[in-house]
Write a protein that binds this ligand. Structure first.
Ligand SMILES: [Fe+2]
Length: 437
């Protein structure tokens, strides 16, 4: 979307909503009756065969590269051919292939991965995988400057609700999707990872999907499967070894977008996080490397919310918050997005459980549409720091308009329309002198 159109959209949204927001709202919205989940048979349909690429998704690597990940049933070359004209592929790159087995019952297809580039920003590239002529894909590279629009949605799953969430996401343009954990809800049944890969492919092959992991990705089985995140790590490899501060672990990483105007940090809720651990040390160094004169916005994603007034998962994020909150606060992180709780909630700027003008805005956005349903019970009274909360499915958008302002909108999808039910303008803490003395 052109810069002008984005700005106009932002202002239109503000105008439409500017009278609707007040403090401490527990939404009275009445949801329509739940719809059925996708049937197992429907979700597992698979007409792919042999060397047909399937479950294609892309993720950014550094400032101008893209990782393409796909699966074939049979052996096939891990090669991506690409170019800026449909049907013409003057460039190619060969990557690597991996497989995994699970509980001795399941053996994955060939999981291929190739990093292509350097690529031009804001450019549509057409590509094919394993030289397969039957399926051409395309993605658009992210812009190299602001404005920049993220879609953020957690706990997606693969139900009828997931379908409408994906339809609503696809109905409006965006540059990159961020997912704070709980992807497929495969829950040990590995073919569900494949059906999930097919379900999200139309979107995930067209825009970079940057994810972190939730409890549904752990999939450890005592004695039989001792390695956590086996399927997740094999299928959703993220750029943990690229950029200015490689983490060395696929479970937490960071990257820049928009030429360094925004920095995104993805943390692992189920990886050691206290002082002295690898994740803590890496986060500390990553934050220390940010120059807020150049990086207007810093956002973090984590699966388990650090602030949560839903009765579901109450207090589960406290230990990680105790360990890491001061780091994010000290670096003036602008916003923290979490999943896990299947509802929407937005907090004001918070630090140590109190409103603080230099703390991050906390948002729970674990309402993508998974099969466990909604978390509808809230703690009463609503905490003063909780601005808006509602148990409905939906997705969020963070539109970083310029170096000082970003617009956050939450799009409820239960009424079959992506209605904006909550919004807030977030101003960059990097540009706030009172927070940078
Ligand atoms: Fe979760």
């Amino acid at each position: 979307m052109a810069t002008g159109r984005k700005a106009i959209l932002a202002l239109a949204v503000l105008a439409a909503c500017s009278f609707s927001v007040s403090r401490a709202v527990t939404s009275p919205y009445l949801r329509p009756k739940p719809r059925t989940t996708l049937s197992e048979l429907e979700s597992l349909l698979d007409d792919a065969h042999g060397q047909t690429p399937q479950q294609v998704h892309v993720s950014t690597v550094g400032s101008d590269m893209m990782r393409v990940t796909w699966i074939t049933e049979d052996d096939a070359p891990p090669m991506v051919e690409y170019g800026t004209t449909s049907g013409q592929y003057p460039f190619s790159e060969t990557g690597t292939t991996t497989r995994y087995s699970y509980l001795a019952l399941y053996r994955s297809g060939n999981i291929h991965d190739a990093v292509i580039g350097p690529l031009k920003p804001s450019t549509t590239y057409y590509y094919r995988c394993s030289s397969d002529q039957s399926r051409e894909f395309s993605f658009r590279t992210p812009p190299s400057s602001l404005p920049f629009e993220f879609v953020i949605v957690g706990d997606l799953g693969q139900t009828g609700w997931t379908k409408t969430t994906l339809q609503h996401i696809a109905a409006a343009d965006y540059d990159m999707l961020l997912l704070p954990g709980d992807l497929s809800y495969a829950d040990f049944f590995q073919p569900r990872w494949d059906s999930y890969g097919r379900l999200v492919e139309p979107l995930a092959s067209a825009r970079p999907w940057m994810v972190t992991q939730g409890n549904h990705e752990i999939e450890k089985v005592p004695l039989l499967e001792q390695r956590a995140f086996k399927a997740y790590n094999a299928r959703w490899r993220m750029p943990y070894d690229a950029g200015a501060s490689p983490s060395g672990s696929n479970l937490y990483y960071s990257f820049d977008v928009a030429g360094g105007a925004a920095h995104v940090i993805l943390l692992g809720s189920y990886t050691d996080y206290v002082a002295g651990t690898a994740q803590y040390e890496w986060l500390q160094a990553d934050l220390a490397g940010i120059d807020r004169r150049k990086t207007a916005f810093v956002v973090a994603l984590v699966h388990v919310p650090w602030y949560n007034s839903n009765k579901a998962h109450q207090g589960e994020g406290d230990d990680m918050r105790d360990a890491m909150e001061a780091l994010l606060y000290g670096a003036r992180v602008d916003a923290v997005f979490a999943g896990h709780v299947h509802a929407y909630e937005r907090f004001t700027r918070v630090y140590e459980d109190r409103e603080d003008p230099c703390g991050p805005v906390y948002v729970t956005i674990g309402d993508g549409g998974n099969r466990e349903g909604l978390a509808a019970k809230y703690v009463d009274p609503q905490p003063k720091t909780s601005v808006f909360r509602e148990a409905s499915f939906g997705h969020g958008r963070l539109q970083v308009v310029n170096a000082t302002n970003a617009l956050w909108t939450w799009h409820r999808n239960d009424d079959d329309e992506p209605v904006i039910a909550d919004h807030v303008w977030i101003s960059s803490l990097g540009s706030n002198p009172a927070c940078n003395e």
